[in-house]
Design a binder for this molecule. Structure first.
Ligand code: FAD
Length: 322
């Protein structure tokens, strides 16, 4: 018999992040029989977003609309979601392994006295249990975990689980929830966005990343051109960030963002273990490096030994011809 899975929807610029739909698909991977109940919190009318969750496979969606939920704060969002958990009584709670998920999931797990499994990249039903696979030791190994007691709380790494097909004939219930929020210790007045908006790095299907080999800020320009052409985002090694060639928001790796795009193009990156921790699970890795001994070639599916300032423009020109 199916179980109740609560999927916490996450929004960016008033649109649901793709990882929300991946979380719905993950709930169905646990069992096709599962009932998927969504919850979204936000400031304005959330009907369109809730309907989108239904089109992607949710059976019903709770919306909590409150002026104090313009931006995420731990205190307010945790209070609202706990209210829904008490109402729904789910068997499992799933959300994205994003900045919000990393903050919220442990809070919920501790409040529920439950086990938490984070950064999940695969899950399957086996012998009546749900087996979660997650990378450990900076992606060098994988562990499989089972939670046997209480409510399962899990966060899933973006870009690993394929969302279900979008079906705009699907029907489901929208259930607005009213809650009173009195105590608010932190108020977010405004969120200042970086000038480099574009495609979200953590969810991009293509990432073109530059390292110290790009040699300067202007060295990133051919990478931006290639990324734009492929509808992707630009990332960087810490070497490039430390050297001041780009903003730290682009850093990929152990102390930066973790990305799992379909295609990762590493340009002038040596492949230090700390960098690999953030990208080695990409589906196809292309490395461009002058040094044939560079460690990045050990994880690359395709390696090009050459000068990135010659190879990247050639690649761009060839793709433009297609
Ligand atoms: P380098 O190692 O200097 O490599 C530059 C590469 O460019 C070389 O392989 C060179 O052959 C190649 N090259 C040069 N010119 C060209 C050219 N014209 N064409 C083609 N190739 C060229 N690093 C991260 O990336 N992310 C992290 O999150 C991170 N976290 C860290 C955490 C800790 C605690 C520590 C200690 C380190 C961390 N690092 C991290 C740093 C990491 O160890 C490396 O120092 C860093 O990744 C190196 O960056 P790089 O590959 O760009 O530079």
């Amino acid at each position: 018999m199916g179980k109740k899975v609560l999927v916490i929807g996450e929004m960016k610029n008033n649109k649901l992040r793709n990882v929300t739909f991946e979380a719905i698909a993950a709930s169905k991977l646990m069992s096709k029989e599962n009932e998927v109940i969504g919850v979204i919190c936000g400031e304005g009318n959330l009907e369109a977003q809730a309907t989108e969750m239904i089109y992607f496979g949710a059976d019903r969606v709770h919306t909590i609309e409150n002026e104090k939920m313009k931006a995420y704060t731990s205190q307010v969002f945790a209070k609202a979601i706990i209210h829904v958990i008490d109402k729904v009584n789910p068997d499992a709670i799933i959300m994205g392994h994003t900045a919000v998920g990393k903050d919220l999931a442990p809070k919920l797990a501790s409040r529920l006295n439950s086990g938490l499994v984070s950064d999940v990249i695969e899950l399957e039903e086996f012998g009546g249990n749900i087996v979660f696979t997650r990378p450990i030791y900076s992606g060098k190994a994988f562990e499989k975990k089972i939670i046997t007691d209480g409510i399962i709380v899990a966060t899933i790494r973006p870009n690993n689980i394929t969302p279900l097909d979008h079906d705009d004939t699907r029907k489901g219930e929208l259930e607005p929830v009213n809650i009173t929020i009195d105590t608010v210790d932190v108020i977010i007045k405004d969120v200042l966005k970086k000038a480099t908006a574009g495609v979200d790095l953590s969810e991009a299907k293509v990432v073109v990343a530059g390292g110290r080999g790009v040699k300067g800020k202007e060295g990133f320009e051919p990478l931006y051109e290639l990324a734009d052409l492929l509808g992707g985002a630009v990332g960087a090694s810490r070497g490039a960030c430390d050297a001041g060639y780009c903003d730290y928001s682009l850093q990929i790796g152990q102390t930066g963002k973790v990305v799992t795009p379909d295609l990762y193009i590493a340009c002038g990156i040596s492949g230090a273990i700390q960098h690999l921790a953030g990208m080695s699970n990409s589906k196809v890795i292309v490395a461009i490096n002058k040094d044939p001994e560079a460690n990045i070639f050990n994880v690359a599916d395709y390696g090009i030994v050459g000068d990135l300032f010659e190879v990247v423009p050639q690649l761009t020109a060839e793709i433009k011809k297609m």
